[in-house]
Design a protein around this ligand. Structure first.
Ligand code: FE2
Ligand code: FE2
Length: 469
């Protein structure tokens, strides 16, 4: 057997070379990961040189090193944010106690579950996006897709490190299962429903990275508060990379909106489909779809599991330590939205039970920020995009059994049926978007449905050959 210098091969700050047991576990998992990448990762360009960012340390210069690499040779590293000296548990029933460096026996299965559910989404999104490389609107975008993909791969490494490092035999089994479940597989699907849908086109990809990667941000941010310190530090570092994924979505949609506005002005019409653009009402329908399915990822508004995870100190709220309350919430109430007598009403519940609703509210407020930016572009033609009501098109929680219109009015089935094609992407929308998905592989050239980005990557010009075959 050839020996690989894992300290070199897997950049890390967890002293891999000093932990024989962990090193051996990862040595056995690594080739399975690379096989998975080659089989389930991007369907093309595996031999291409891609201008990628690699993290080789957590400090300012080390976490973003740019160079051309072939994706299967990417150095998927294991990084935890630097420890906070004397860190204390910041919420839940053990608030004020020292954080845990090992997994407490009584929380072992819950922590493993949280790590597995989070970890499973990472390779799932790579699988969902594997065909997009055939239709990228530019080399700049192609490179961004691959950057997101390799970093989701690194996020899987991050979770697998925790499983191998802290959960013994069942951790190793769970790490193997991460590579055996596949997005959309009928026999062995990914754990969460939204991660079994395909990402069929680049408009979906931008909305996915804007809305669904942002769900990831909020899940990671609440795990970054965890009393299990290695999990907290792992998630904290992942958040740095997640920011780029949401940037890809926010700027992607912004560029589509900009191009739409240009075509509307040039041809003096709202209907730019004949001119190879994407109409604003089509954008709104895609937005409605991706926002509503991403809201479902937060789970039901009230949840005993979420309350237990919080009380036990496993998973906190977004920016837990910056919140102005007792961080235990036993006596605290808040309102959630529900439907009563055909109307949306507020209903008071215990805050501890409503942890999911609180995280989801923070998420929604964050989603609204990007819309403001897109709407500054769309204002030039007197148009705007809006977030639909949180009860619109939901499959989970208080609104799962009713229909709401995007403004939040409860409507009957007939009204829904009569209007669904105005509110959610139609076959026609999808066919039109699909017709625009023609690859553009010449450096500096852009597909006609999207404007060029304002800037290149890592200080390089927009027209650089970000992917070289
Ligand atoms: Fe991720
Ligand atoms: Fe992501």
């Amino acid at each position: 057997m050839t020996t690989i210098d894992y300290n070199e091969r897997i950049p890390n700050n967890v002293n891999l070379s000093g932990d024989r047991r962990l090193q051996r576990a990862l040595e056995q998992w690594q080739p399975k990961f690379v096989d998975w990448w080659c089989e389930m990762g991007p369907v093309e360009y595996q031999d291409a040189d891609v201008f990628l960012r690699t993290a080789v340390s957590v400090d300012r210069d080390g976490w973003a090193q740019f160079d051309y690499v072939k994706m299967p040779d990417y150095r998927w590293g294991i990084f935890l944010s630097d420890p906070e000296p004397d860190r204390r548990i910041s919420f839940g029933d053990d608030k004020g106690q020292p954080v845990w460096q090992e997994v407490p026996g009584e929380h072992r299965s819950d922590l493993r579950r949280l790590i597995v559910v989070q970890g499973d989404t990472e390779p799932a999104s790579v699988e969902q996006q594997r065909h997009l490389c055939r239709t990228a609107p530019s080399l700049y975008d192609l490179r961004n897709l691959f950057q997101v993909n390799v970093e989701e791969g690194r996020h899987l490494w991050a979770m697998v490190y925790l499983l191998h490092g802290f959960f013994g035999r069942d951790g190793r089994d769970e790490a193997d299962a991460m590579l055996q479940r596949h997005s959309g597989d009928t026999d062995n699907p990914r754990i969460l429903g939204a991660f079994n849908e395909q990402t069929p086109d680049w408009l979906s990809f931008y909305f996915f990275t804007y809305f669904t990667d942002r769900d990831g941000k909020y899940q990671l941010a609440s795990l970054a508060e965890s009393s299990f310190d290695p999990l907290a530090r792992t998630c904290d570092f992942m958040l740095k990379e997640e920011a780029h994924h949401m940037f890809v979505g926010a700027t992607g949609i912004g560029r589509v909106a900009q191009r739409t506005v240009e075509l509307m002005k040039e041809h003096d019409t709202d209907d730019v489909h004949p001119y190879g653009g994407i109409n604003i009402d089509t954008l709104q329908r895609y937005l409605n779809f991706h926002y509503s399915v991403s809201l479902d990822l937060f789970g039901a508004e009230t949840s005993t599991n979420a309350a237990n995870y919080f009380a036990a100190g496993l998973k906190g709220r977004f920016q837990e330590t910056k919140r102005d309350d007792d961080h235990q919430l036993h006596g605290d109430n808040r309102t959630i939205l529900t439907v009563e007598g055909g109307r949306v009403v507020e209903h008071e519940v215990n805050s501890l039970a409503a942890i999911n609703a609180t995280l989801r509210d923070d998420y929604s407020a964050d989603c609204a920020i990007g819309l403001e930016r897109w709407n500054r572009t769309l204002a030039a033609v007197g148009a705007e995009l809006k977030l639909p009501h949180v009860g619109f098109h939901r499959a989970v929680g208080q609104f799962r059994d009713v229909h709401l219109d995007p403004e939040g009015h409860v409507i009957d089935q007939a009204t829904w049926d009569a209007n669904e094609a105005r509110w959610l992407p139609t076959e026609e929308d999808r066919a039109h978007v699909a017709s625009l998905m023609v690859p553009v592989t010449e450096a500096g050239k852009m597909a006609g449905w999207i404007a060029p980005p304002a800037q290149g990557i890592g200080g390089r010009p927009v027209d650089m050959a970000y992917v070289r075959t």
